[in-house]
Design a protein around this ligand. Sequence first.
Ligand SMILES: Cc1cc2nc3c(=O)[nH]c(=O)nc-3n(C[C@H](O)[C@H](O)[C@H](O)COP(=O)(O)OP(=O)(O)OC[C@H]3O[C@@H](n4cnc5c(N)ncnc54)[C@H](O)[C@@H]3O)c2cc1C
Length: 390
Amino acid sequence: MKASTFDIVIAGGGLVGASCALALGRRGVRTALITADAGLLATTQAGDWDARIYAVSPASMRFLRNIGVWSRLDVQRIAPCTRMEIFGDRDGAHLAFDAYEAGTTALAYMLESRALAAAIDEALQSVACVVRRGPVVGLNRDAGGADVVLASGESLRCALLVGADGAASGVRELAGMQAQRHDYASHAVVANFSIGKPHRGCACQWFRGADVLALLPLPGNRISMVWSAHEAEAHRLLALAESALADAVAEASGGRLGRLELVTPARSFPLARLHVADPVAERVVLIGDAAHVVHPLAGQGVNLGFGDAMALAEVITERGPILDPGAMALLRRYRRRRAEPILAMLAMTHGLHGLFALPGGLPRFFRNTGLNLLRRVPVVRSMLARQAMS
Ligand SMILES: Cc1cc2nc3c(=O)[nH]c(=O)nc-3n(C[C@H](O)[C@H](O)[C@H](O)COP(=O)(O)OP(=O)(O)OC[C@H]3O[C@@H](n4cnc5c(N)ncnc54)[C@H](O)[C@@H]3O)c2cc1C
């Protein structure tokens, strides 16, 4: 193989691309990370809570611990979630998962996006990973490798280009890889509130037809809200005065957390489903949102992306006699390893959303009866909890 400047070039310095660069850099792989913007360098100031909160699964937590990120996070700003409660759109329909019942200490860990980005960025300083400012504007591939052209005119030679450049991936386009996209015509409105009654580490989710309201525990007397709502309703929520929004959330959650007060202004994100049936092509692999975007109702998008980053780093560094880190045999190995979890998550989130979006009394009866039946079968409950945690 013609000598490459880098083994791996990663386009996209979001959480997934940067964590992948870190995982590879720590294992001695010659890696370059291309960021399109200041990306990871934002830091969290004390008292200023990021409206973007992630529910990080225990499996992702272990990955972050193994790549030296978890220990850099401020534990005072992480909230373990020990219980989840899901409410249907009919009185009394209810399902709960408990960490104790699932034999674990936490079902997920709630933490701020900026804090996580800052910790990954700090850890990246300790590995030999070259960072360049993007975006990627050109890609030329041949049997021996790929030339990745940056807007600055610089060209980086590598064995494999990893597209971790998000849902609107430019790498995907340059490589001619097809994505299926479904627009939910909805937005997720996110905000943080202080609460009048303790959350006791419980994350709650209310299905309200096609809309979903989630209240996630934050450290102390705070919660993070993700309210996925149809465009018109999302715009209405965003236009409300602070106290009116707090009242609307308190009412929609049945007053469970007492009086709410807004502590971080509301923001919104458009919601879509995206799937690239084949995330690998000659000298290219897509990971994270560049390959799959799921509805946030399960809080699993970045967890899926961390799973991709971990699997790719393992496949590349544990490649045995294969010398070329961009060999198609390795990419196929990666694709096989990730196919099932990605398809399962896409089907689960899309299916649940579709099930609750169905109008009419009969679908409502069946979905709520289903929730109640699940509640009565502890084995199924703990199986679902374990699935969510992995
Ligand atoms: C409201 C909401 C709540 C969510 N909550 C959760 C949750 O609780 N748990 C969870 O697991 N997931 C959650 N998600 C999903 C999660 O936000 C995404 O899955 C995750 O951010 C994807 O990360 P990424 O690094 O793949 O992509 P991105 O975050 O989109 O990063 C892509 C990066 O690539 C850069 N880039 C773009 N184009 C180029 C280019 N041409 N060249 C170089 N760089 C480029 C961008 O600037 C960016 O930095 C949520 C999503 C939403 C909308």
